[in-house]
Design a protein around this ligand. Structure first.
Ligand SMILES: C[S@@+](CC[C@H](N)C(=O)[O-])C[C@H]1O[C@@H](n2cnc3c(N)ncnc32)[C@H](O)[C@@H]1O
Length: 458
């Protein structure tokens, strides 16, 4: 059962109204077998809480030393495949390239994000580290784009008008609480004309309330509240003269109980205005990436799947890699020029981050880290060794780091990398004359022996 709705671009005038024609589509989900089976080693993510607690929902199962992912979930216990087919019927833009980027809030083990990837929809699967322990880690381990995160008191680390679609299937986010502040955050990050899809309580409560540990009255009241809330967002008076906060500010920015209205400057960011995928993309980075692939033969093969561009501006690196069997998390500095919106406009995904802090992911979750000029730009803000240690934490053993910096920094980085037991080689860039150098590194797989202290003073 879905509630899906969209809202068109606001008419741009001094007084702006947003209209969300709520269309409630009560449809039964046909559940049948059909999703791809993914396998991974139990030792990589040794948590089985979900199996014990949610065995009937088929999120994953354990056989010997392997985990299998049959594509299940709370709202699609028999496979996400039929669920996605139903979504496609409700939202035809999912099939013809109109919808390219999505966010799945409360993603579980990212069965949906994995399936959407097969349909050319790049989805950020988002969930916290809660009693489910390692749901995002499972996703990343399987090569599905995912990030640790929670809808709570701070804005999500994405600019306004980014995602073509947002989804929640029984994601336990109390959408109607606190005057709808969580829904306003979805509204902020959703592109005008984009879709919000909700399944689970209170949708179709008339038939489903018995399974939800509440009374039919409670569910009805929740449903009515949700409708009222959505309606209240449909027609919202906006006085242009009012002082409004920057809607793209999303790094340690508290949630705000106000509607994000697109600026008049950006008339073409609506879903119906952006070119269909893959026409959103064009690349000037081809020469550079060709050079990188020559330096790292594994790059471009299926050995490398989860890639992070640690300080991108417009996602050029990811763009040049679009035909490789990998996905790229584009990280835009939270204190530099705010270009993450452009990354999303190009049909790519990414997040804000300050590299003086740990990144929201589990250890050993990325296969390749690309870093271009981060130290040159930011070494005055925090010590380089901490950034490199964080890179070591998130890099998979035998994973790679490609570091492009000025001569001055490359030698210092090489010394620290050696201390972390990385194998590094200094290389030239794709230009014969260049003020920059490349450091191509591989993190080694090593274990502390029993007498050795695991702490290594750099
Ligand atoms: C019942 S599970 C549903 C998982 C998945 N959507 C499915 O249908 O299988 C609830 C999910 O919501 C996540 N969650 C709960 N509260 C959240 C919040 N405030 N923000 C983001 N995710 C949340 C949980 O970690 C979990 O992944």
């Amino acid at each position: 059962m879905f509630l899906s709705f969209t809202y068109p671009l606001c008419p741009f005038s001094d007084i702006v109204y947003i209209h969300i024609p709520g269309k409630i589509l009560n449809t039964y989900i046909l559940c049948y077998q059909g999703s791809t089976v993914f396998i991974l080693s139990v030792r990589n993510v040794p948590y089985d809480w979900i199996i014990n607690k949610k065995s009937n929902q088929h999120w994953l199962r354990k056989e010997g030393d392997k985990f299998f992912f049959p594509g299940g979930g709370t709202m699609f216990p028999n496979g996400v495949n039929s669920y996605v087919k139903l979504m496609q019927k409700l939202i035809p833009g999912m099939k013809n390239g109109i919808i390219r980027t999505a966010i799945d809030t409360g993603c579980g083990v990212a069965s949906l994000g994995g399936d959407l990837l097969d349909h050319g929809i790049l989805t950020v699967s988002l969930a916290p580290r809660d009693n489910h322990e390692a749901q995002v880690q499972f996703a990343l381990e399987r090569g599905i784009p995912a990030i640790l995160g929670i809808i709570s008191t701070q804005r999500l680390p994405f600019p306004s008008n980014s995602f073509d679609m947002a989804h929640c299937s029984r994601c336990l986010i109390p959408w109607t609480e606190h005057d709808g502040i969580y829904l306003l955050e979805i509204h902020r990050i959703l592109r005008p004309g984009g879709f919000w899809v909700l399944s689970g309580p209170p949708i179709n409560y008339e038939h489903r309330w018995r399974g939800w540990n509440t009374t039919v009255e409670e569910q009805k009241s929740d449903y009515d509240k949700l409708k009222k809330l959505l309606t209240s967002m449909c027609f919202k008076f906006y006085n242009k003269k009012d002082d409004i906060a920057d809607p793209d500010s999303a790094w340690y920015t508290p949630l705000q109980p106000c509607l994000t209205i697109p600026s008049q400057k950006f008339k073409k960011l609506g879903l119906n205005f952006v070119p269909k995928w893959p026409n959103r993309l064009h690349s000037r980075w081809k020469v550079r990436v060709k050079h990188y692939k020559a330096l790292l033969p594994a790059f471009g093969s299926d050995e490398i799947r989860n890639v992070m561009d640690m300080n991108t501006l417009y996602g050029g690196f990811a763009t040049a890699l679009i035909d490789s069997p990998l996905w790229v998390m584009n990280v835009v500095s939270s204190y530099g020029p705010n270009s993450l919106g452009v990354v999303y406009d190009r049909g790519l995904i990414g997040t804000y981050h300050d590299w003086c802090e740990p990144f929201s992911t589990y250890p050993r979750t990325y296969d390749l880290l690309h870093l271009d000029g981060l130290f040159t730009a930011e070494s005055h803000r925090c010590e380089m060794k901490y950034v490199l240690l964080e890179m070591d934490r998130i890099l998979r053993p035998n994973g790679y780091a490609l570091i492009r910096e000025s001569y001055y920094f490359i030698d210092a980085i090489a010394t620290i990398a050696k201390g972390m037991r990385w194998d590094c080689e200094k290389q030239g860039t794709e230009y014969i004359m260049s003020k920059e150098k490349l450091l191509a590194c591989q993190k080694k797989l090593w274990h502390a022996n029993q007498t050795q202290d695991s702490g290594n003073d750099l």
